[in-house]
Design a binder for this molecule. Structure first.
Ligand code: PLP
Length: 265
């Protein structure tokens, strides 16, 4: 029997059958980083690399049953929350997190796919504010999501301050969706601005970058990294996966989260 342990990350996210985003992105990322992902699926989606056609949230009571079974069996080192799909599921995840308040939570507030289609059954912003943001060790909105979450804030700094006032310990606002030549991501923590990261933009549009970034932060945290170090390393990891992105369908490219493994083929 091999007693070597991989840090365990529990992921709450949706399934994307084209394998670009959602739970598959999380599994590839976390496995690649030497973690063991435990995956609790929040919703099934019908989508391709161009957009979302439909989605179906799971039953919240069954989601709780799945998560509790694993949490009582395995020592989870970090949680990652992606697509939540419905108010019921947000309430269920909130209830679970109350019982495991010491475990770090990476919250990617998914409302829509990168290609634009909605991934939320109702208007989830209020439930995000009331139930998930107060539990978040870090929230990782892109600029579009940050502005939607804090519609009365007049700057990204004001958005971040509002999210921290609601209980998020750290806020990483990503700039991949902006029309700037370089990508600028910004990190706030403990009520202050901490760091701005500039990255060269890889040409093209990519599916599942937000999932990759949030999961890699959770993976590094599960290995024991501090938040600023996890955020830095996760950006490097995501940029590499994107740089090795492949055109596998007719729409967005899919990051290669296992790019290192092709060297061994
Ligand atoms: N989660 C699921 C299940 C998705 O299908 C998507 C996008 O299609 C996302 C999350 C968000 O993807 P991204 O990482 O591109 O923001």
């Amino acid at each position: 029997m091999n007693e070597a342990r991989a840090p365990i990350v529990m992921v709450f996210a949706g399934h994307d059958p084209c394998g670009g985003a959602g739970i598959q992105a999380d599994i590839e990322t976390l496995t690649s980083l030497g973690c063991h992902p435990c995956t609790v699926i929040t919703a099934l989606t019908a989508q391709d690399t161009s957009g979302v056609k439909d989605f179906q949230p799971v039953q919240a009571t069954f989601l709780v049953e799945q998560a509790r079974a694993v949490l009582e069996d395995m020592p989870v080192a970090a949680f990652k929350i992606g697509m939540t799909a419905s108010q019921d599921i947000i309430e269920a995840i909130h209830t679970l997190l109350q019982d495991y308040a010491d475990i770090p939570v990476v919250f990617d507030p998914v409302m829509a796919a990168g290609g634009g289609g909605s991934l939320a059954r109702e208007h989830l912003i209020e439930a995000f504010h009331d139930l998930l943001i107060p539990c978040a060790s870090i929230i990782t909105p892109n600029t579009v999501e940050a502005k939607a979450l804090c519609s009365d804030a007049d700057s990204l700094d004001a958005c971040a301050q509002q999210l921290m006032a609601q209980g998020a310990e750290y806020v990483l606002i990503t700039g991949g969706h902006e029309a700037t030549p370089k990508i600028e991501n910004r990190l706030w923590g403990h009520r202050q601005f901490l760091e701005s990261y500039q990255q060269e933009r890889t040409p093209g549009e990519f599916h599942g970058t937000g999932c990759t970034l949030a999961s890699s932060i959770a993976g590094y945290l599960a290995h024991g990294a501090t938040m600023p170090s996890a955020v830095r390393d996760a950006q490097t990891y995501t940029a590499k996966a994107v740089a090795h992105g492949r055109r596998l369908g007719m729409g967005q490219l899919i990051p290669d989260r296992l790019s290192w493994s092709s060297k061994h083929l």
